[in-house]
Write a protein that binds this ligand. Structure first.
Ligand code: UD1
Ligand code: UDP
Length: 410
């Protein structure tokens, strides 16, 4: 039996590791330990309740306005202590957050194998998304098992000369979680009624556009340009915007500055003016958020996870970023980049809203990111790799710096 220690700290990591943890807990091949770094607090707590996961360790890091250094040093010292006191066969990290990257680094310093879920995403720009592009490349350097969600992600890793026998295509575990939630909502009319009651302030005669923004590289002017574009869009009579606001103080300051009294908060117990066109709310729990995505006419986001989920719900998605490391949805025609400048932002959004042929094409429900079975593949692959006669930790280390043997010998 091998001991896996899952290390993560943010909302999307919890959503995407939960299906793997829940399966591994029932799998006699594994003993499972869970470490929440606490990088997120309010935004992750409901997910532990929802999935029924109780972390064995909680580093409780979250501080308002925390810096990357605060998170990094907290994960380093907290996880170091855990690895000194517990025998672990592999540390499992997901994606590209600072919790995940530093988690993998501490494992490496302890010579514990690293398993990387959602490996191989690349934007090609180390500063965008920041610091995520570096985090995922750094994690790849010290990972023993690279679990790529798509063929494109696998190709990225092979281009960087990671050994083919350590790279596997699994699908994205976020789609496993999404399928589970969709099943829950559609088989439970009480839930459906509860949510439609909660969001009864939305006008059924208007198209609801769901919006989330939180990326660090967009803070300040780019994010405020997006918000100015949203404000302009909200003047249209046929739409209204629902914006669950990320808890980052920088996002909230920009929203207050740009929307001012032209937006209304929905969860403050105040009178909700039916004429209002921009609704702000606290981050929504995962299940009602999927309900809202399903109910939306269109989604505008800079979120990685939302880009992956939207195609399964048949929703056109406008990605408020200069680059995306998830080109699959753009190639499939369900998503499109939208510029971070007010005028061009409004132009692209208006084109999608007002051109039925474009809107219909983007609404085709096909998901290039997964089929809902990533977790079971991952557990089989990890079992095979951890039990291989000749584990790759020594063999492949020389190839991990991104050079092929051929390049090194020329
Ligand atoms: C982090 C990840 C990002 C991921 C995102 C998902 C890094 C560097 N960033 O960014 O990759 O896409 O999570 O949402 O790892 N806050 C709260 N309560 C919470 C969570 C956050 O109050 O539950 C506030 C705090 O003021 C906190 C701030 O938001 O300091 C920023 O949180 P942080 O985790 O540093 O950055 P995110 O933007 O959430
Ligand atoms: N999400 C949620 N509530 C919200 C906004 C997003 O539950 O109010 C979910 C969403 O369905 C997706 C994940 O959170 O699964 C994405 O998280 P986020 O956008 O914070 O991070 P990213 O994916 O960009 O790293």
């Amino acid at each position: 039996m091998k001991t896996l220690l899952f290390v993560f700290g943010t909302r999307p990591e919890a959503i995407k590791t939960a299906p793997v943890i829940l399966k591994a807990q029932k799998d006699p091949r594994y003993r499972v330990l869970v470490c929440s770094t606490g990088q997120h607090r309010e935004m992750i707590r409901p997910l532990f309740d929802f999935f029924g996961i109780k972390p064995d360790f909680d580093l409780d890091l979250m501080r308002p306005g925390q810096s990357l250094i605060d998170i990094s040093t907290g994960v380093m010292s907290g996880l170091n202590k855990i690895l000194l006191e517990n025998k672990v066969d592999a540390v499992v990290v997901q994606g590209d957050t600072t919790s995940g990257f530093i988690g993998s680094l501490v494992a490496f310093y302890h010579k514990v194998q690293v398993v990387h879920i959602e490996a191989g995403l690349r934007s090609g720009d180390i500063l965008s998304p920041f610091p995520e592009e570096f985090n995922r490349k750094g994690t790849a350097l010290i990972s023993n098992v690279h679990l790529a969600p798509t063929e494109t992600a696998k190709e990225n890793l092979l281009r960087e000369h990671y050994p083919p026998e350590s790279v596997f295509v699994t699908g994205n575990t976020g789609i496993d979680a999404l399928f589970e939630v969709k099943r829950k909502i559609s088989s439970n009319s009480v839930l459906e009624n509860e949510f439609s009651g909660k969001y009864s302030f939305l006008n059924p005669h208007r198209k609801m556009v769901l919006v989330t923004v939180h990326r660090r590289e967009s803070f300040g002017t780019p994010m405020e340009e997006v918000m100015k574009g949203l404000l302009e869009l909200s003047k249209r009579s046929d739409i209204e915007l629902l914006i669950p606001l990320h808890m980052n103080p920088q996002v909230r300051a920009s929203a207050a500055k740009i929307f001012g009294n032209q937006a209304q908060w929905v969860d403050k117990g105040n009178f909700l003016n039916p004429e209002n066109k921009i609704w702000l709310c606290e981050p929504v729990d995962y299940v009602p958020f999927i309900y809202l995505m399903d109910r939306a006419h269109m989604i505008i986001t800079d979120s990685g996870g939302v880009q992956e989920e939207a195609p399964s719900l048949g929703k056109p998605i406008l990605v408020a970023r200069e680059k995306t490391e998830r080109p699959e949805a753009i190639v499939a025609g369900t998503s499109r980049l939208i510029p971070l400048e007010q005028r061009s932002f409004v132009q692209v959004a208006t084109e999608v809203l007002d051109t039925p042929v474009i809107y219909e094409r983007m609404s085709q429900a096909k998901n290039p990111f997964g089929d809902g079975r990533a977790s079971e593949r991952i557990l089989d692959i990890v079992h095979a790799r951890l039990n291989a006669d000749n584990p790759d930790s020594e063999i492949t280390i020389s190839n991990r710096m991104g050079y092929s043997e051929q390049e090194l010998t020329v």
